[in-house]
Design a binder for this molecule. Structure first.
Ligand code: FMN
Length: 210
């Protein structure tokens, strides 16, 4: 089975936000879909190991912030490659609370507030079905697609995303934090070089060998 066909499925880029008691946290998700039109129901696929999932299961409420093409790549790095178990996700990134859950309003294309209806747990991921209970309109117009994130921002996907496929060719250097692939020999860069996606220093780049 050639899994590269799956690369042709289109997605968007979102931050799923939850409130862990009073602490706002969340993660990047690309797998959000609208299931019904009237009294809308949404669905999102979330990795069972994600801290955001742990919180979501207890609180039953979450937000989806629709990221625009102007989103700071550092926000995607923080929310997509670090866990709320280890870092304060929203530290340094402005947010507001809506219905008790954090939303990103700056440079976002809008926000959805969702109440969990049911959860189907599978091997690695759970599909969460939720009722749309409120919306917050955002200032930006161009939603970021998953393909824009890969092709224009040169971003990579976390191994916890449902769409992850390991694809680093042998001999290339890969950032051990975010998975960004460096084309060429990283040793030619000086020590001030930083990963363009997550800002990691040069020593985080590992040569891929099979
Ligand atoms: C481009 C991209 C897409 C992602 N899509 C998803 C997704 O759809 N579902 C998911 O559970 N995780 C997805 N992730 C991974 C989570 O954002 C990541 O595991 C995060 O560190 C979890 O943080 P948490 O432990 O604080 O919840 C994605 C990451 C990236 C970079």
């Amino acid at each position: 089975m050639n899994l590269s066909v799956l690369y042709n499925i289109n997605y968007g880029m979102y931050i799923l936000g939850v409130s862990d008691k009073d602490k706002p946290t969340g993660c990047v998700v690309n797998s959000v879909i609208q299931i019904t039109s009237e009294n809308p129901i949404m669905a999102v696929s979330i990795n069972k190991k994600n801290y955001s999932y742990e919180v979501l299961k207890h609180t039953s409420k979450f937000s989806i912030s629709i990221l625009s093409e102007e989103t700071d790549p550092k926000l995607i790095s923080r929310f997509g490659f670090y866990s709320g178990r280890d870092v304060e996700k929203f530290s340094g990134f402005p947010y507001e609370l809506s219905d008790g859950v954090p939303i990103i309003t700056e440079k976002s294309c809008g926000n959805l507030i969702c109440q969990v209806l049911s959860i189907d747990e599978m091997e690695t991921h759970a599909v969460v079905y939720a009722r749309l209970i409120d919306t917050v309109v955002g200032p930006n117009k161009n939603p970021m697609s998953y393909s824009y994130y890969h092709k224009v921002l040169k971003g990579t996907t976390s191994k916890y995303a449902p769409t992850f496929q390991a694809s680093v060719p042998e001999g290339q250097y890969v950032c051990d934090i975010c998975g960004y692939v460096y084309e060429g020999d990283i040793n030619q860069e000086d020590d001030s070089y930083r990963c363009p996606v997550c800002g990691a220093t040069k020593d985080h780049f590992i040569k891929k060998v099979n």
